[in-house]
Each structure stands twice: as structure tokens, then as C-alpha cells.
Design a protein around this ligand. Structure first.
Ligand code: HEM
Length: 441
């Protein structure tokens, strides 16, 4: 039966126990807060306080509606701009329609298979050098070490540069820019996270701008160079400013998400040593110190564990959009100009889809179970539709390449009763830097 606006229900407004209940809840425990909201209200609920209220949509059908965006009702531009425009303006993630298609078409060229093969070959020796510097310790802080390694890889494979003495400054600039993206106070008051974020952005822009001329001249195996030289069949290419904006965003999108994934994976493999051994056995069977592109598909144990890590701790736990017209979901009327969110971190724990969702169980992704196939939008760490992560294959490649070398060189563990304290927003990461006991093999 066709639904008319008159027959649709208004979205329930959950005001919580006090005006800041859910706002604080989101910062403290986004997963628990979303679950509470879903249990109390069902698949759609409005929270917060006007004019900053937002509507949460839950479940795989909501993901499908929003990501597929068939009628172009959900704007990424209007959803993301408040979050990232001051630190990552001009990013492809915050574009809509023709502008997005245009930028993504050019960007796609840098992610074609021949380029991925070159990036991997370029990265492998850098991974080996990075891991060679790791010193086994009973209290080895994994998170800062892996962040440094992925940053080093980022500067070599993304920028084609060795930052030398500027390394710390650039690392700081990235962290500030990411933290600045969720700053609650949006004014450049000195020493606030917003102020640091804007300053971080400036450092990045100056760095990329200073390298641009040389990059335009050279043709090397890095994203920066590819962005300078990519031309589509119809002659479309990036301007200087577009290259700078895309580079800043890409480095962030690639670096923090992969760092997050590797931290979760290493934590899970410390808690589940049988899986660490399975991956080590798989790595030894390759009988080579570094994986090549054609090996990647055979690294199935790593793949299952990576998928499960991304289910349990999706680096981007929720994603915003803004409605440009009225839209219906599950019999509810969502008006135009509504800020909405979909939440992989909620869908990934729904008991309706996943068996025992709190348990690390990589085999849920393998035949015959394949729980992720119960709905095409059940497992969505990379989003979906037109904005689906452009770097998904690169991320898989990088994680597999690092894990391969890591399990061959090291074994690690955590005390049996250790539980990592996670901060889920803006990008999932361990609050205590993930201390592990690291031994060389
Ligand atoms: C495990 C690692 C990663 C995860 C979980 C992840 C997740 C995501 C998600 C969920 C989106 C969609 C956001 C939305 O719909 O609003 C996205 C978009 C994007 N990601 Fe990733 N990402 C990862 C790694 C990477 C890497 C390695 C790169 C680059 C090399 C990258 C580049 C991008 C870009 C450019 C977009 C915007 C695409 C567009 O809007 O068309 N990501 N990512």
C-alpha cells in the first residue's frame, strides 16, 4: 500500500535522563548509548537538543536506504561539512552528486590494480625497516608504535617522501586535525582542540604545497604523484588546490583507520592466541618474508580476523548525512533538512544478524556460516554506495602486508584479565595505547 505523508508517524524524540544525557553518552560509550536508544525506541529516534538534534536510524535496512541513496535524498556534503570542513575542506567524502562523481573518477585512477601492486612493493621494505626498530618489551605500547609505522608508510607510499626531522610535527598535525574534527566548541580559542585542529591543517597544507611543484615534474609510485598525473579518458584532472585537499584527507582517512584496525586485530590476536598461531602458520606456509600482490588472496586467516576486528570495532562507528527532502523509513516521516546518522557499530552487534556478537569469532565470515551475507548491508565498516571507501583494497593490502611480517618476527600476549579501554569517536582507538608483552621469535 502506498504511504502518504498523512499516514506516517513522527519520529519519537528521546530526551534522555537530562539534556546532555546522550551527548555525553556518545563521547563516553557510543556503542552502549546507541544500543540503549534502539532498545527504548526501535529503528528511528531523534536525540539531542534543537538546533543540534539528530535522528538515528538503526539496522541494515537503514544502512541500505542511506548508503544506496537512490533518490539522492541524503547529502554527504551537508552531513559531514560540520564535522570536517574546518580541518579537511574539499574532501571527496563531503561532496554530493556531479562534483563527487567528478572527483572520485579521477581519484579512482590512483587505486587501479597496477598502482596497488607498485604501492605494495614500495611498502614492503619500509615495513621491514620499521619492525626492525621495535624492541621487545613486557609493556610494549602497541598503538603509538603502529601509528608511527603507518605514518612512515603513509609518507613514503602516499607522499613519496621521507619526513626526517619533521616526522613528529606531521604526526602531531594529523592527530590534532582528527581530534579537532569533533571539537565541541567551534571557535579558534587558543589551546582548544578546535584551534589545534586548524593549526594542524595549516601544517599539512604548507607541507603538501611545498612539494607540489616537484611532484608535478616526477612520476613516482605514490598517491601524490598519481594525483598530479591522473587524467581520465575525457581529460579530467585535479587542480593544485584539489590535490592538496585530497592529499590531506587521504592521509588521514588511510592512516588513522588502518592504525585503528591493526590495533584491534593485534588486541584480538593477543586475547585469542589460537588465532595468532593460525595466522602465523599461514604466514610461514608462504615461505617468504614479504607478501606480493598475488599472495594476498591466499592470506585467508588474516582476512577473516581482519573482518571480525572491523565488525567489532569499525574505525568509523557512525556516519552523518542530511536529508534534502522528506523521506520515509519504517513508517516514520523524516522531514527535509534533518541531520541523520547510521551506525555500523550498532548494526555490527545486532543479535538479529550475528551469533553471539560480543565474541571474537572470525569463522562467522567463512562458509558455511557467512553471517555477513544475511543482509547486504549487515557488515558495513567501509560504508556502501557511491561514497563507499575508495581505499578498502588498499587497507586490506596494507593490513595483510604488515600482519604477515609481524607474526613472522614477533609473538605477543596480554594478561588474561586485560580488557582494552576503547575510545570509539572520532576514530576507534585504545585509550591506554594497548600495552602488550612483545617477544621476538
Ligand atoms: C580499515 C580501514 C578503513 C576503513 C574502516 C574506512 C572506512 C571508510 C568509510 C566508512 C567511508 C565512507 C564514509 C561515508 O560514507 O560517509 C570511507 C570513505 C573514504 N575512505 Fe576509507 N576507510 C579505511 C581505509 C581507507 C584508506 C586506506 C584510504 C585511502 C588510501 C581511504 C580513503 C577513503 C576516502 C577517500 C573516502 C571517501 C570516499 C567518497 O566519499 O567517495 N580509506 N572510508
Amino acid at each position: 500500500m502506498a504511504t502518504t505523508t498523512a499516514t506516517l508517524k513522527p519520529v519519537p524524540f528521546d530526551r534522555g535522563r537530562h539534556p546532555l544525557d546522550y551527548t555525553i553518552g556518545f563521547y563516553r560509550d557510543v556503542k552502549g548509548t546507541l544500543d540503549r536508544l534502539y532498545q527504548r525506541n526501535g529503528p528511528v529516534v531523534r536525540i539531542g537538543f534543537e538546533p543540534f538534534a539528530s535522528t538515528q536510524l538503526f539496522g541494515p535496512d537503514a544502512n541500505q536506504l542511506v548508503y544506496q541513496n537512490k533518490d539522492q535524498v541524503f547529502s554527504s556534503r551537508l552531513g559531514w561539512s560540520w564535522v570536517i570542513d574546518h580541518v579537511f575542506p574539499g574532501s571527496v567524502m563531503a561532496m554530493d552528486g556531479d562534483e563527487h562523481r567528478f572527483q572520485r573518477r579521477i581519484m579512482n585512477l590512483a587505486f587501479k590494480k597496477p598502482n596497488l601492486v607498485r604501492y605494495l612493493d614500495h611498502m614492503n621494505p619500509h615495513i621491514a625497516q620499521g619492525l626492525a626498530r621495535w624492541k621487545p618489551h613486557h609493556h610494549f605500547l602497541f598503538y603509538p608504535h603502529i601509528k608511527q609505522l603507518t605514518l612512515d608508510l603513509g609518507t613514503s607510499v602516499f607522499m613519496g617522501a621521507d619526513l626526517g626531522k619533521h616526522k613528529r610535527k606531521v604526526n602531531r598535525a594529523f592527530m590534532d586535525a582528527v581530534e579537532g574534527s569533533i571539537a565541541p566548541i567551534r571557535k579558534a580559542i587558543p589551546f582548544t582542540s578546535y584551534w589545534r585542529g586548524v593549526r594542524g591543517r595549516k601544517t599539512l597544507v604548507n607541507l603538501f604545497a611545498s612539494m607540489l611543484e616537484q611532484k608535478r615534474r616526477e612520476d613516482t609510485a605514490d598517491f601524490f604523484s598519481q594525483f598530479c598525473h591522473s587524467v581520465t579518458e575525457s581529460g579530467e584532472r585535479f587542480s593544485d588546490q584539489e590535490i592538496i585537499d585530497h592529499m590531506a584527507f587521504l592521509m588521514m582517512a588511510a592512516h588513522d583507520t588502518t592504525t585503528s584496525t591493526l590495533s584491534t586485530l593485534v588486541y584480538a590476536l593477543a586475547k585469542n592466541p589460537q588465532w595468532q598461531e593460525k595466522i602465523r602458520a599461514e604466514a610461514r606456509a608462504f615461505n617468504k618474508p614479504m607478501l606480493q600482490f598475488d599472495d594476498l588472496a591466499q592470506a585467508t586467516m588474516t582476512e577473516l580476523c581482519m573482518k571480525e576486528s572491523l565488525r567489532m570495532y569499525p574505525p568509523l562507528p557512525t556516519m552523518p548525512r542530511m536529508t534534502t527532502r522528506e523521506v520515509e523509513f519504517e513508517g516514520y516521516r523524516i522531514p527535509a533538512n534533518t541531520l541523520i546518522s547510521v551506525s555500523p557499530v550498532h548494526t555490527h552487534y545486532m543479535k538479529e544478524i550475528w551469533t553471539d556478537p560480543d565474541t571474537f569469532d572470525p569463522l562467522r565470515f567463512a562458509p558455511p556460516r557467512e553471517e555477513h551475507k544475511r543482509h547486504p548491508f549487515a557488515w558495513v565498516p567501509f560504508g556502501g554506495g557511491a561514497h563507499m571507501c575508495i581505499g578498502q583494497h588498499f587497507a586490506e593490502l596494507q593490513v595483510k602486508a604488515i600482519v604477515h611480517q609481524l607474526v613472522l618476527k614477533f609473538r605477543w600476549s596480554v594478561p588474561w584479565d586485560y580488557v582494552v579501554p576503547y575510545q570509539l569517536v572520532p576514530i576507534a582507538k585504545p585509550k591506554d595505547n594497548l600495552p602488550i608483552q612483545l617477544e621476538r621469535i
